[in-house]
Design a binder for this molecule. Structure first.
Ligand SMILES: [Zn+2]
Length: 481
């Protein structure tokens, strides 16, 4: 084939709410002659279980100026296209009725997609510029952090990214959108909301701005120049997924208004969690997962490093930025400790094992999960708390260690190899501290929470549950029965 340096891949995507399908026309200007392989991911970055995204693809076919081209499956997630080596177009649809932040959703009111759910990867052409031309219902708006190349703000138009990885790392939200713009650390931020009529967006923006500003100051340098929170509201949904300069959020409508402070904090905590990932998973990322993105699942023992530490800081950022009171923070911490304490699985699975088995266990809960397993989010956050308190008792802190990692990894695009967190902690702090942490990670048993909390004058008290749905975090009523 000829020179492909100037070529780009063009994905023309149309949202068709009547069929819950996104139709895609993919222009490949210079395919590999005869054997062009096309791939859908097996899993989605940030969500560690097999999703087999090829299963939502329907009506796939290919043609060039000479007519139809042969296309056949060579694996569950790959196709072999017999091209004539000249420009061709691929047509397919993606069924989108998964109301989550992971894949794609489309109804008469709103639509959302995560790149890996829609964009076939053209093997060998990943480094080409990728362009998205997006259309849909005339009265809808569209929001994404992907750089826009045509069309007015919030209108249908075209967007582009330097390569396939970046192309897939900018989810898109569409529909009747509410939004609030704010600044944090002098950078433009936007909260975009679909599926909710009248939330108090200015108030949400004010609180979110404080949380973002605190995190920017915490890390000291931003990995992005602008940021989008893309949020879908539904009856009772909850979830988030981090991306390079945006995050996708799913929350319950009740979390965004109605005066319930705990619900409001649940939303802010979710947004805080995904925002923290901009540094800690996106810019600094787990090397093994990054390299195998979308292909076969890889075993890693370090998910607690990324998800546990982020879960520790998501609520802490609310407290330290002033949107959550000390009492509110301690109540949340009490609930986190309760969730682990009542889980018999903490005696049967270590934090490391929880990470290793994420692919087959955490994402596949069953009625006996609480008896057999712990969560690297829940126990990981509490291990991070213990580590922070241990470091603080030696006149240091987890803050300082994370900033050390950030500053010595030359910022954006830095991979943290498997096991490196412990090795670097050992070198930076004290080998004894790293050894203690290693014990907590390997042990099938409780963390030294009472002992570590006592170092800052906090007493951990256990009491019987007051009711079956008692989540802890509060002292017993005056007259327990
Ligand atoms: Zn996370």
């Amino acid at each position: 084939m000829g020179d492909t340096a100037a070529a780009e891949l063009i994905y023309r995507v149309h949202a068709d709410p009547r069929t819950h399908c996104f139709t895609v026309h993919l222009d490949i200007p210079a395919p590999v002659e005869q054997e062009q392989v096309l791939t859908m991911p097996v899993w989605i970055p940030g969500s560690y279980t097999r999703r087999d995204l090829a299963r939502h693809i329907v009506d796939i076919r290919a043609e060039d100026d000479g007519g139809a081209l042969a296309l056949r499956k060579i694996d569950t997630h790959r196709w072999l296209l017999t091209s004539r080596g000249q420009a061709l177009r691929l047509h397919y649809s993606v069924y989108a009725l998964d109301l989550s932040v992971r894949t794609a959703y489309l109804d008469g009111h709103m639509g959302f997609f995560n790149g890996p759910a829609l964009f076939l990867r053209v093997e060998g052409q990943e480094k080409l510029r990728h362009r998205l031309e997006l259309s849909g219902p005339a009265d809808w708006q569209v929001a994404t952090a992907m750089p826009r190349t045509s069309g007015a703000d919030l209108s249908w138009g075209s967007f582009a990214a330097a390569d396939h990885r970046h192309f897939c790392n900018h989810p898109v939200l569409m529909g009747a959108l509410g939004l609030v713009d704010f600044e944090a650390a002098g950078l433009p931020h936007r909260l975009v909301l679909a599926g909710h009529e009248q939330p108090d967006l200015p108030a949400l923006g004010r609180d979110l701005a404080k949380v973002c500003a605190w995190q920017q100051e915490f890390w000291g340098a931003s990995p992005f120049r602008s940021y989008h929170f893309l949020c879908m509201a539904s009856a009772g949904g909850y979830g988030g997924l981090e991306h390079e300069s945006s995050s996708a959020l799913l929350c319950a409508r009740d979390d965004l208004g109605g005066g319930d402070r705990a619900a409001w904090q649940r939303f802010l905590g979710l947004a805080s969690h995904e925002y923290f990932h901009s540094w800690w998973v996106q810019a600094m990322h787990p090397a093994s997962l990054w390299e195998s993105a979308g292909e076969a699942p890889v075993l890693t023992r370090d998910l607690w490093v990324f998800e546990g530490i982020t879960s520790y800081y998501d609520e802490l950022a609310l407290r330290r930025s002033g949107v959550l009171s000390v009492d509110g923070y301690l109540e949340g911490l009490g609930r986190e400790i309760t969730a682990l304490t009542v889980r018999p699985g903490q005696y049967r699975q270590s934090l490391r094992e929880s990470s290793e088995d994420a692919w087959i266990k955490l994402y596949h809960p069953h009625p006996n999960s609480a008896n057999f397993e712990v969560s690297y989010y829940n126990k990981g956050a509490l291990a991070a708390l213990c580590l922070d308190l241990l470091l603080r008792s030696r006149n240091s802190s987890l803050d300082a260690f994370l900033r050390h990692l950030w500053q010595t990894q030359d910022g954006a695009g830095a991979a943290l190899p498997e096991g490196d967190f412990l090795a670097r902690l050992s070198a930076w702090a004290d080998p004894e501290i790293a050894a203690e942490l290693e014990g907590w990670l390997a042990e099938r048993g409780p963390l030294p929470l009472a002992q570590q909390l006592a170092t800052v004058g906090l007493e951990l008290r256990l009491r019987p549950p007051a009711s079956p749905d008692d989540k802890g975090g509060k002292a017993a009523d005056k007259a327990p029965r």
